[in-house]
Each structure stands twice: as C-alpha cells, then as structure tokens.
Write a protein of this length. Sequence first.
Length: 343
Amino acid sequence: MKKLFFTLLLIVPFFGKSQHTFSIVAIDSITGEIGSAGATCGDSIIWPGTSGALIISDIIPGVGAIHTQSYHHATNQLNANNRMALGDSPQDIIDWLVANDVASDPAIRQYGIVDFNGGSPRSSAYTGANCFDYKNHILGPNYAIQGNILLGQQILDSMEFRFNSTNGCLSDKLMAAMQGAKIVGADTRCTSEGTSSLSAFLQVAKPSDHPDTLFIDLNIAGTPTGVEPINELQTKYDAWKSSNNHNCSTVVNSIELVNENEEFLIYPNPTDGSIQIKVLDKEITNIIITDITGKIILSQKVSKTRESILLSLNYLSSGLYVITLFNDHEIVESKKITLHNVR
C-alpha cells in the first residue's frame, strides 16, 4: 500500500504542491529566537535531497520567518524572502505576494509570516479562497498558524491553545502546538493512514545562526502506515534536548503587545484563572465571554467605568474563549483569551 501511495504522490499534483498542510511560525520576543513547525500528508522524501521543512519554510535568523504553502511555488517563496530582507512588514510582504503572484493565481496560495521587529513582533497570514477546504489561519501577536485540507477549525484552535498554554522556550511551545494537531485525519488525506500526517518538522534559529545551520533543525519524512510523525518528531526533539543539555527556563513573551492607541488592556493572556480588564479610554457597560463554538459562558453588566475590572475564570475548563466588551449595544473590543486552568 505504501508504494502505491508514494506513486500517487508523484503523479497527482494535488499532493505534492500542498506542502505543508498545517504549520506555525513564531517569535520569542525576549530571546530573539525564531521558529517554524509543520506537518503534511504529502511525503517529503519525494523531493530527494531536501529536508522537507525547507520546501515551505524560510527562517532569516534575527529577522523573521515565512511559510509559503498550498501549491507552493519556489519563486513566490524567494520573492517573500527578498521582501523580508528589504525590511517589509509581514502584511506588506503578503500584499506584495498577492499582487505579484508568479502564476497570477494567489487564490490557491497560503502564507504565514512573522518578524522580530526589534522585539515587537508582527504577524500576518493569508488564505486564498481556492485553497482546499477546510482552510483558515489564526494570528497572535508573535505567531501565525495556518492550514488547508484540514479536518476542521479545531486543528488550528488546538494548535493555538497548546502553543499559548505551554510554558518554556520557543521550541517547547512549537512542539506543543504540533501535539495539538495530533488527530487522525488532521490532514484529511491521512485519515486512511490512521495518522494526522506523514511528515513533520521543527526548526528554531537563534539570532546569530547562519540560515543554513539552525540551532534546531528536525525532520520526520515518510512514516509507515499507522506511525504518527508528530510522535516521531517528539521523540527526536526529546533526544535532541537531552543530548544538548537543553533545559528551557525562558517563558516566551506571548502576552498581547500593547500600543499607545489601545483603549483596553485585557491581561494576562494566556491566563491560569483570572483576567483583568483595564479601561484606558472608552467606557463599557457589558462583558460577554463565549467559548470557541459561540456559546455564552458569562454575561455581565457593569457600571459605566474607566476603572479596572477583575474576572475570575477558575470555574471554566482550559481552552480558548472570546471576551467581548460592549458600550451599550456597540461592540468596542473583542479578543481571544487562552485559559490554562491549573485547578
């Protein structure tokens, strides 16, 4: 069966050009480390001489990272790399790529881009309308998570939750994000394989690294039927940590960054049980918290105030929630909160 599957990969462009199906790029704004991870039901060994990861992922140490996936085209990736080297922001790079797609067909592409930006990371992503369903992306202040040919939104949400709720250095958080996607059929092409995917990778660059010699560069290519590549990647990562005496004590700065134009602060995010809302400008009258399905978990009226409000979420299960602030009937702010409840 495996030989037949490899043959199909070689013949059908759909498989080869959809690398990688779910992926994450992220920045540690404290250490300056830049990381990248992903997995696919496409098999990277069909490109002899490549590591698989390098097919879609460019990390420019100290600068940023770019994922170009779904009908990957090497020229688009090279152009994105060049734009980042010139100092373009992630959103500027995506806007340029969409306007200058090498085949004039940006609707089939998917991108995820982050940059260090002097310690104030920026992120952006793009999912073309003609990427294969399920397709979407999620942005955080220092990360971009994207996928296509997915089982559903839960794959991306689970990756985001595991990334945000895991303490440790960037590589730990990226590995946790991959574990969040370890669901049979996460890439729906692999449902019959009994796995999430067939190949997976993890890369992390320190600011002083050469682009061709990264601090961490791990790849799992072409696992046999029933063998989960994310488990194999975890084993390889654990072995790497052990052999390098790598004990992560740094906590990646994934708290939402604030600029002078913010009207509210909602923190800490992630949280282990309570959040504080500091009203800086606009007044609020109502607070609603929903889970990721849209179910209302909390609805609370407050006096029109410009003071701080403390909410306890200790009674909720760990997961992703959306907090929405209203001024009368007008929505004035809506943000996702990651709850890692230790009760």
